[in-house]
Design a protein. Structure first.
Length: 230
């Protein structure tokens, strides 16, 4: 862990916003899987001091110092994988109104470590599952969940296992009902086009399973609450 220094955030050819005295961790070993990665490093967006770095998180440092207009940041990930040079956009201090629909509800986070909130029900078509689960936001393009539940959701949508034991495939133009998630008294709906990720001309993926019992999705985030928008 190096000594605190100053970093700057901002778009290319735009005015940069300095975040003073921000502590960064330096990796001493990097897995070979990152050899061909098209980026130089990872900027942590943790809000908790219990993030393993023993330092004050960048995102909270920026909020505390008043660098953001609002204590909010928005993460947008492009669904067209490999089609464009820009894979997404992070908006600091506000909501990305260009790429994202309005945030219509905030849920309190249920963990001091992750952007995580609780849900009470998930359904698609005729399949409905009740039971309290924790949804963890990992800024991933793929939704993951308990294998048994994912299998039923995929079946309800008409998706087929790909054979890798993880993902499901479905026709790009398939029509099925929206995925519905209930958290408390609020029902969230994710339309079919947001559940299908085109991998290439002949293959698409829908959902994946995860054995740790968490569901994950890339949506909108704030500091102490999670803003849900699609």
């Amino acid at each position: 862990m190096g000594a605190p220094g100053d970093i700057q955030i901002g778009g290319i050819n735009e005015k940069q916003v300095p975040i003073l005295r921000t502590q960064f961790g330096l990796a001493t070993k990097v897995d070979s899987i990152f050899d061909k990665a098209q980026y130089d490093g990872t900027l942590g967006l943790a809000f908790s001091q219990y993030n393993g770095t023993q330092g004050y998180p960048f995102i909270m440092n920026a909020v505390t110092r008043g660098n953001f207009a609002k204590p909010v940041f928005t993460v947008y990930l492009d669904r067209e994988v490999g089609k464009r040079k820009i894979g997404g956009l992070i908006t600091y201090g506000g909501v990305d109104s260009y790429n994202c629909r309005p945030v219509f509800k905030y849920e309190n986070v249920s963990s001091d470590y992750f952007y995580q909130f609780k849900i009470d029900e998930i359904s698609l078509g005729q399949y409905k599952h009740r039971g309290q689960y924790k949804v963890e936001l990992t800024f991933s393009k793929i939704m993951k969940g308990p294998p048994a539940i994912v299998a039923e959701l995929a079946k309800a949508a008409g998706a087929q296992p790909t054979g890798d034991g993880i993902t499901y495939s479905i026709d790009c133009n398939a029509e099925f009902q929206s995925l519905e998630i209930i958290a408390g008294s609020t029902k969230y709906k994710i339309d079919p086009d947001l559940l299908i990720m085109k991998l290439n001309i002949h293959r698409v993926a829908m959902l994946a399973d995860l054995k740790d019992g968490l569901l994950s999705s890339a949506v909108l985030d704030s500091i102490r609450a999670v803003g849900i928008g699609t």
